[in-house]
Each structure stands twice: as C-alpha cells, then as structure tokens.
Design a protein around this ligand. Structure first.
Ligand SMILES: NC(=O)c1ccc[n+]([C@@H]2O[C@H](COP(=O)([O-])OP(=O)(O)OC[C@H]3O[C@@H](n4cnc5c(N)ncnc54)[C@H](O)[C@@H]3O)[C@@H](O)[C@H]2O)c1
Length: 262
C-alpha cells in the first residue's frame, strides 16, 4: 500500500528531467498521474506506458501548452473528469534562455515568464476549488536556486523563479486552514536536458569552452561540486506529499549542494 494510493497527481513538464522523475516517484507511491510536456509522441507514449506497466497505476498524457491559460484550465478539468480529483499539483514545466539583457529577445522573456511563472498561477487557481472541497491538497513548484540568488544573463529566469517564491508564500497563507500545503523546491544544477541546452549559449555569452562552462560556471556555484539528481528532487517532492510534511507550507526548500549557503 503506497502513501499516495487513491490520489491523483498532475505534473507539468513531465516528459523529461525532474518532472518525469516526480511522476515516476508518485506512481511508485500508488498515485495515478497525468504527465504533460513537449516531445515526440512515440517517446512520450513509451514513458506513459512504462509508468502504468511498472507501477500498476493509471497514467494519462496531456499535451497542454503551459503558455496557454485555457489549455492549463483544460488540463485540470480533464484530469478531474478522468480521475475525479487533482490531489497533487507539481508546477514543473520550465525553459531557460541565456543572454545579456540588452540582447535578450522579448519573445524569450515572455515565454519564460509564461511557462515558469504564470502557468503556476493558472494551474493553482484551477486546482484549489477541488482541493478545498475535498479538504486535502499538495501544491509543489519547482523553483530554483535562482529563486534566491541571481546569475548574469538569466534575467527572465531569475525574475520568474523569484516570482514563484512570492506566489508560493501567498498561496500557502491563503490555504493554511484548508489542509492544503503549497511549497517550492529550489534545486541547484540538476543534469537534465534544460541544463544541457543552455551550455552553447553560455559558451557564447562568456566566451568559454564546454568543460569550462560545466566546471567554472555551473558547478562553480555548488560547493559539493556535484550535480543534484532528478531522483533526489523527486524524493523531496514525494516527502512533501506525506502526512509528515503537513506542517511544511510556504517554504522554499533548497537542494543545491550548499550553493545558497555561501
Ligand atoms: N535542471 C536544472 O539544473 C534545474 C535547476 C533548478 C530548477 N530547475 C527547474 O526544474 C524544472 C524542470 O526542468 P528540467 O531541468 O527537468 O528540464 P527539462 O528540459 O528536462 O524538462 C522541462 C519540461 O518542461 C516541458 N515544457 C517546456 N515548455 C513547455 C510548455 N510550453 N508547455 C508544457 N511543457 C513544457 C518540457 O517538455 C519538459 O517536459 C524547470 O522549471 C526548471 O526551471 C531545473
């Protein structure tokens, strides 16, 4: 009997990286899951079927685009139709773009704010009525060490992630008497496609080689000199769904190898 038997979790941006690990961890604890995100249909179907096969839960895929508020509302409504509830929401979808501020493309700013910040607002407002009715809920957002500190050339990402901490605290206070917790997790660098994709732009912006970007930019910030793993982030998300975490709300939990302690 898993701790999430009978629960339903929506994890945005779960076709790869941290989100996929969260969906797998929740399914392993007995939850039905809704996976979401971009990618090739065959690859996504393989991941979805593997979750059902390995964990004996139901897994469905939603292609909802996190830049589109009406698709986010539909994602939540369809989940409630399919499973009767959204008990756990993980706002995880995220993108990155690295550029000096004067060259930062306005459309990249808009996309990052939409996916990394506004999507969480749209999803939270859609799940809260059902969670209140059932008197239980867990809302978790993947923030970042960049919710606490800045790095050059990441203006939109840093702004969005700082915004997530404010949204998390506000929602936690509003829901404090409803047995619904709202927290964010702030990983340091986790080796995922999102990190790999930003390496070429960082190489260009800083005029560095790939190994220099990995060791002197990415891991430079992390005193442990190790990447966080997706499983470590997923384990913390799973813990936040447990009864033992019922009094953790409004928190921004760092998992960054000591980065923000410095
Ligand atoms: N990797 C890191 O070092 C790191 C560190 C701190 C925080 N984070 C955060 O973790 C989250 C997950 O990132 P990741 O590293 O696993 O990256 P990833 O690239 O592996 O996953 C990102 C997910 O978001 C999805 N996505 C992107 N645009 C979308 C859209 N418009 N609509 C729906 N889904 C969309 C992708 O398809 C993918 O499933 C992000 O919010 C990111 O900011 C990552």
């Amino acid at each position: 009997m898993g701790i999430l038997n009978g629960k339903t979790a929506v994890v945005t941006g779960s076709t790869s990286g941290i989100g996929l690990a969260c969906a797998q961890a929740f399914a392993g604890a007995g939850a039905n899951v809704v996976i979401n995100g971009m990618g090739g249909p065959a690859e996504i179907e393989k991941e979805r079927a593997a979750i059902e096969g390995e964990f004996g839960v139901k897994a469905i895929y939603s292609p909802a685009d996190m830049t589109k508020p009406h698709e986010i509302a539909q994602l939540i409504a369809h989940t409630e139709d399919a499973f009767g509830a959204v008990d756990i929401l993980v706002n995880n979808a995220g993108i990155q773009h690295v550029s000096p501020i004067e060259d930062f493309p306005a459309e990249k700013w808009d996309a990052i704010i939409a996916i990394n910040l506004s999507a969480a607002f749209h999803a939270i407002r859609a799940v809260v009525p059902g969670m209140k009715k059932r008197g239980w809920g867990r809302i978790i957002t993947t923030a970042s060490a960049h919710s606490l500190v800045a790095s050059p050339f990441k203006s939109a990402y840093v702004a969005a992630k700082h915004g997530i901490t404010g949204l998390t605290k506000t929602v936690a206070l509003e829901l404090a008497r409803s047995k619904i917790t709202c927290n964010c997790i702030s990983p340091g660098y986790v080796w995922t496609p999102l990190v790999e994709k930003q390496i070429p732009n960082t190489m260009a912006a800083r005029r560095m080689r790939r190994d220099e970007v990995i060791n002197d930019v990415l891991l430079a910030a992390q005193p442990t000199k190790e990447f966080v793993t997706v499983q470590q982030v997923a384990s913390l998300a799973l813990f936040l769904c447990s009864d033992d975490a019922a009094q953790i709300t409004g928190a921004n939990l760092s998992m960054d190898g000591g980065w923000t302690a410095a």
